[in-house]
Design a protein around this ligand. Structure first.
Ligand code: ADP
Length: 479
């Protein structure tokens, strides 16, 4: 199949979260299955300090595009994903993408992603690439289904193109005032938009994607159900339920080329399910790196997270001080995000300097070391579309403590004394977190049980090869 895959971030070029991991690993797996996949993303200025070989796409240089009253010039460059021949097409428009961060609160934020979408379609035209599927990801690309039916509907190139919208997080919807309508562009797009939104003065890109995509998917079966309910839909549940063919949930895979303790080059020592000795070395390295002054028998809990409400940090504010005062464990936290959560972890590290380490930053190598060196990994998310770190934790023999929501519910099973891969709690409240962490700390002392949980987790396989086949099936059914 010919597939155009459009995303706002793709690892290793640009990443703020799990979307970037998926936008690299899924196309890579589809490419390996023999499909012709072309990935489109912005060429952000924050990427240019890295050394990727890029080549100009000759037919798509200095292209002028008018968005309402604004005229931009963009050029398309190509590169390949590392260790792959998968082609990545980079949309270069310094006026819009030369910013210190991938996402902004600037007044032209909507134009940054209108341009991405239109430039991806214009690039297809200029390369004469006629995709059978255009795979859109989250709100940044959610207008594409409408664009191919309206503004670009005249072009025979897209006549048989079908669209798939994957929702990676429904909490981020791309909602802009109606004054931005003129910038979206050409044709009779507005007549197809959701009139109650327009009447209340805004356009919701995610909703337009949900209403117009030929298929809608999301990143775990449980999240697919949750977002169709008023409690989990963030206002999109009615539009989702109105879709005749519903929402398909496909659990994300793990890129085991990057996340495997047997081969991970960022680790001081490798280890495997057959020999866990190396994990102790990694723990020692983590204690040293994070200046935690505890002995090797003290359990270490790891957290790697965007510090946002979604991740359940409020529960930790109400439970970690009490847990640290009553139980013997160390905590290693890596994350960036909202100020109140940064302040909380900073204060916690000051209060327990020997037992709590907090790094306020984004550090890929430290993330790998935490996965390998910690004994447990805590994810008390309020909601979690899929979540990747719990799956990395399973592979690294680091027992996940998770809330039963979204992809966490689909990937971690509560230890029941014989089977299970982690500690899973149901309710989003402090007693539940206290129960979960205390249970994990108690189990840690039972070496036989603990080793069984670790090995059950390490034996799980969430490879992309399997998951990519489900996407191929979805593409085939997208008629
Ligand atoms: P989300 O996309 O909601 O942030 P996911 O669990 O799906 O959450 O994916 C997060 C990804 O980002 C994982 O690969 C995780 O390791 C990585 N990550 C998150 N925060 C950091 C950080 N501060 N440093 C390094 N990696 C991080």
């Amino acid at each position: 199949m010919k597939i155009a895959f459009v995303a706002s971030e793709v690892t290793p070029f640009a990443k703020t979260g799990g979307l970037a991991d998926v936008a690299a690993a899924l196309p890579r797996a589809l490419h390996a299955l023999g499909h012709e996949v072309r990935v489109f993303m912005p060429l952000y200025s924050v990427m240019t300090n890295k050394h990727y070989e890029i080549a100009a796409v000759e037919t798509a240089q200095h292209v002028t595009l008018t968005l309402g009253q604004f005229t931009y010039e963009f050029s398309v460059f190509s590169t390949t994903l590392p260790d792959s021949t998968l082609q990545i097409f980079l949309i270069d428009c310094p006026e819009l993408y030369s910013r210190p961060f991938l996402y902004t609160y600037d007044a032209d934020e909507h134009r940054r992603f209108i341009l991405l979408q239109r430039a991806a379609l214009e690039a297809c035209q200029r390369m004469q690439f006629s995709p059978e599927i255009i795979h859109c990801n989250d709100w940044h690309t959610a207008l594409l289904p409408l664009m191919i039916k309206t503004s670009y509907g005249w072009d025979r190139l897209f006549q048989s193109t079908r669209s798939v919208l994957s929702i990676h997080n429904i909490g981020y919807q791309g909602q802009f005032g109606v004054h931005t309508l003129g910038d979206i562009g050409i044709g009779d797009i507005v007549t197809h938009m959701y009139s109650p939104d327009l009447a209340s003065g805004h356009i919701n890109w995610m909703r337009e994607g949900i209403r117009h995509a030929h298929s809608v998917s999301t990143v775990s079966p449980t999240y697919a159900k949750e977002i169709c309910t008023p409690g989990g839909g963030h206002g999109m549940d009615v539009s989702l339920r109105q879709r005749a063919r519903g929402v398909v949930g496909i659990l994300n895979g793990v890129d085991y080329d990057s996340w495997n303790p047997e081969t991970d080059d960022t680790l001081p020592v490798h280890y495997s399910i057959k020999s866990l000795q190396g994990k102790r070395h990694c723990k020692q390295a983590l204690l040293t790196r994070s200046e935690l002054h505890v002995d090797m028998e003290t359990p270490v809990i790891g957290i790697i997270s965007r510090l946002a409400m979604q991740k359940g940090i409020d529960l930790l504010i109400d439970s970690l001080p009490q847990l640290l005062s009553t139980r013997d464990f160390a905590l290693c936290v890596l994350g960036t995000g909202e100020t109140q959560y940064v302040s909380f972890f900073t204060a916690l590290a000051n209060q327990f300097p020997d037992r709590v380490y907090f790094e306020n930053g984004y550090d890929e190598a430290l993330a790998h070391l935490i996965e390998a060196g910690a004994d447990m990994f805590l994810m008390p998310s309020l909601y979690e579309p899929c979540g990747l770190n719990q799956m990395y934790s399973l592979k690294y023999g680091t027992v996940p403590i998770v809330r039963k929501t979204g992809g966490l519910a689909d990937s971690v099973q509560l230890w029941n004394g014989q089977s299970g891969t982690g500690i899973v709690f149901d309710h989003y409240d402090v007693p539940a977190v206290l129960w979960a962490v205390n249970t994990a700390l108690d189990l840690f002392k039972d070496n036989i049980a603990w080793q069984s949980i670790i090995r059950n987790g390490m034996a799980m396989n969430f490879s992309w090869e399997q998951q990519a086949l489900q996407y191929v099936e979805l593409y085939k059914q997208t008629g």
